[in-house]
Design a binder for this molecule. Structure first.
Ligand SMILES: C[S@@+](CC[C@H](N)C(=O)[O-])C[C@H]1O[C@@H](n2cnc3c(N)ncnc32)[C@H](O)[C@@H]1O
Length: 357
């Protein structure tokens, strides 16, 4: 879609440069940091990553690795040739495109919805101003996510997860919480024309972009709703599957617990709650990367999930059969040595609303 194209070749070239730097950062540079870490013997335990970090302090490659992680993302979004500046130069056209009418029922916005503090007060993943305020914030997010060398979202990540969910789905009424600009929701609608997808997000700018894309595809089996995942207001027991992709790590623990309770309420007995997200790994080096990313990329709640009792939160929401499973975001990702390519610790978090006996 034109809405998310960069303004000119200079902006594109700059993003290609950032992408190339990221490739180096997440490949040879990561491998060098890992070699440096391997040289130390660290006592095991949940805090081993902190002891490892102490040992790495003063290592120039580690310092530069950390600096690049923060600043490549900042440059990508917020520099003079960054995505925000580039799309802002097209603001009038973008705003007109995004407010074009869509078929009845496809998009429902609630201008009275006040986003929670955790959402308003943090420029999540260094997106200036976050996702909720600026009308072109969704287009900015889409453009950023579409640039080469991104660390999230390998090309077919959402397709893989969609397939996994559809293989387990006990029925075809599906709620996607935190759908963003539709990247996680639309594949469910495309998977089968008889699915019915309710895609929920707080961000009106993202939902507008998502609805325009669905309208262009003439999708009849999806609707985008501006709602809070913690309290959607949708009818109880009206879904077979409640899912999310990359939502939970952006929430503080009380919001995750509330979202799981809401998922339970929304599901029919026998329905499944299934989420694709990141959980802190046990390996000290991977844990160091995880906590470092949380800090350096403005993802403050990622680190808090280390303290969160996922099993207990599911149990107290009413779920049974809670399980977490590593997710293979691309072929070979789970068996590949760490230093070959940076990746998130993708995990499927799933549970069942058991049929009452
Ligand atoms: C990292 S994005 C993921 C978007 C999409 N699921 C994807 O896979 O591309 C997280 C999304 O969660 C949304 N979000 C955060 N808190 C929310 C809440 N309480 N209710 C609904 N959406 C929320 C954000 O607006 C954002 O669009």
């Amino acid at each position: 879609m034109r809405s998310t194209e960069l303004a000119d070749r200079e902006a594109e070239a700059f993003q290609a440069f950032i992408g190339a730097c990221r490739k180096y950062w997440g490949g040879p540079m990561l491998a060098a940091v890992e070699r440096a870490a391997d040289a130390f013997t660290i006592d095991p335990g949940p805090d081993a990553y902190l002891r490892l970090e102490q040992r790495l302090q003063g290592n120039p490659t580690y310092g530069y690795f950390c600096w690049l992680e923060r600043h490549l993302q900042r440059l990508k979004y917020a520099s003079a040739r960054g995505v925000v500046a580039s799309l802002s130069r097209q603001r009038d056209r973008l705003e007109a495109e995004l407010s074009a009418p869509v078929p009845d029922g496809l998009l429902s916005l609630d201008p009275r919805l006040r986003p929670p503090g955790y959402y308003r007060d943090c420029d999540i993943h260094q997106h200036p101003g976050g996702l909720w305020d600026d009308p072109i914030a969704g287009a900015v997010y889409h453009a950023s996510a579409s640039q080469p060398g991104g660390v999230v979202g390998r090309r077919d990540l959402h397709a893989r997860f969609t397939q996994l969910v559809m293989d387990q789905a006990p029925g075809l009424r599906l709620a996607d919480l935190g759908c963003g600009f539709g990247k996680s929701a639309l594949p469910f609608a495309r998977a089968r024309s008889d699915t019915s997808v309710s895609a929920v997000d707080l961000s009106a700018p993202c939902l507008r972009l998502a609805a325009q894309a669905a309208a262009r595809e003439q999708r009849r089996n999806i609707r985008y709703l501006q709602r809070d995942a913690r309290d959607t207001g949708l009818p109880s027991q009206s879904f077979d599957v409640v899912t999310s992709t990359m939502l939970l790590h952006e929430m503080p623990p009380d919001a995750i617990a509330a979202t799981l309770r809401e998922a339970y309420r929304l599901l029919v007995p026998g329905g499944i709650s299934i989420h694709l997200d990141f959980l802190p790994p046990d390996d000290p080096f991977l844990r160091l990367l995880y906590f470092g990313h949380s800090q350096r990329n403005n993802e403050p709640f990622m680190a808090l999930s280390a303290e969160f009792d996922w099993a207990e939160a599911h149990r107290s929401a009413g779920f049974t059969q809670f399980r977490t499973t590593p997710f293979e975001d691309e072929d070979g990702a789970l068996t590949r040595p760490i230093g070959v390519k940076w990746r998130f610790p993708w995990t499927v978090i799933a549970a069942v609303k058991t049929v009452a006996s």
